[in-house]
Design a protein around this ligand. Structure first.
Ligand code: ZN
Ligand code: ZN
Length: 252
């Protein structure tokens, strides 16, 4: 399994970076996890915006899906006269209605995405077989709106937390996976009863509790100190700790 970080930023990535986006490649499938600001242009630079078999959106915050709009244009430009959809767009529950409102607001037709992708909403309790020997599973996170972590099992295994505060469900989903791609948005836990993100220490605690092979920290604000986050996580964990940077590639 090969992971390319297309965007490791949070709602404002800064420094020329992108918001959330990750390309996962197996021998028989290419999967895009999230499509935040800047991700479409980066996919175009990689040369194959129309060769994504499955796109998963973790939740309907703009930094995780807004570049579906330019990506759709990139696909139609790449394949003019496209006869039929060339991949699947898997939205979270309620995602279709959210996208419909956006399409109406920007005066795009209601079938804007259906022209290029089979658009559906995943059911978090139902695993999906994406290709021979490659499955996707989901677990609900703790965020300001409903959001889901996504686990891919193929030649190896990856769990992407999406945006979440500490979550037992995500810990169970991630158990024993080879790579945990975990958000580490916060410098310190949020105060008050409403939480929606992790610190680097909490991401490390999640990795430890789930006994994963490796941890990659991601979803950083524009002014985050990524190395400090990595240092914090390494002080807690025995397993390897990576820090996501745009364009980084990991094979595992
Ligand atoms: Zn986010
Ligand atoms: Zn979010």
């Amino acid at each position: 399994m090969r992971l390319t970080v297309l965007g490791s930023g949070a709602a404002c990535a800064g420094n020329g970076g992108n918001s959330s986006g990750y390309l996962v490649e197996e021998s028989n499938a290419r999967i895009l996890l999230d499509c935040g600001h800047g991700v479409a242009s980066t996919l175009v630079e990689l040369g194959s915006p129309d060769e994504i078999d499955h796109i998963f959106i973790s939740h309907m915050h703009a930094d995780h899906f807004i570049d579906l709009l330019p990506l759709r244009f990139a696909v139609t430009k790449h394949l003019p006269g496209l006869p039929e959809p060339c991949g699947h767009l898997h939205l979270p529950p309620g995602g279709r209605a959210s996208l419909a409102k956006i399409l109406e607001a920007v005066c795009f037709p209601a079938d804007f995405f259906d022209v290029v992708w089979h658009v559906c909403e995943y059911e978090p309790g139902t695993p999906l077989e994406l290709a021979d020997g490659l499955t996707a599973r989901f677990a609900g996170g703790v965020h300001y709106i409903p959001g889901w972590a996504i686990r891919l099992d193929g030649s190896s295994s990856l769990t992407f937390t999406g945006d979440t505060a500490p979550s037992k469900e995500i810990c169970e989903l991630a158990r024993g996976c080879d790579l945990l791609l975990a958000e580490a948005t916060l410098d310190a836990p949020e105060h008050g009863p409403v939480r929606g993100h992790l610190t680097a220490l909490e991401a490390a605690e999640l990795a430890e509790a789930a006994a994963v092979g490796r941890l990659m920290l991601t979803h950083f604000w524009h002014d985050a100190d990524r190395e400090a986050a990595a240092h914090t996580a390494r002080s807690r964990l025995d397993c390897a700790v990576l820090v996501a940077e745009d364009s980084a590639v990991v094979e595992f």
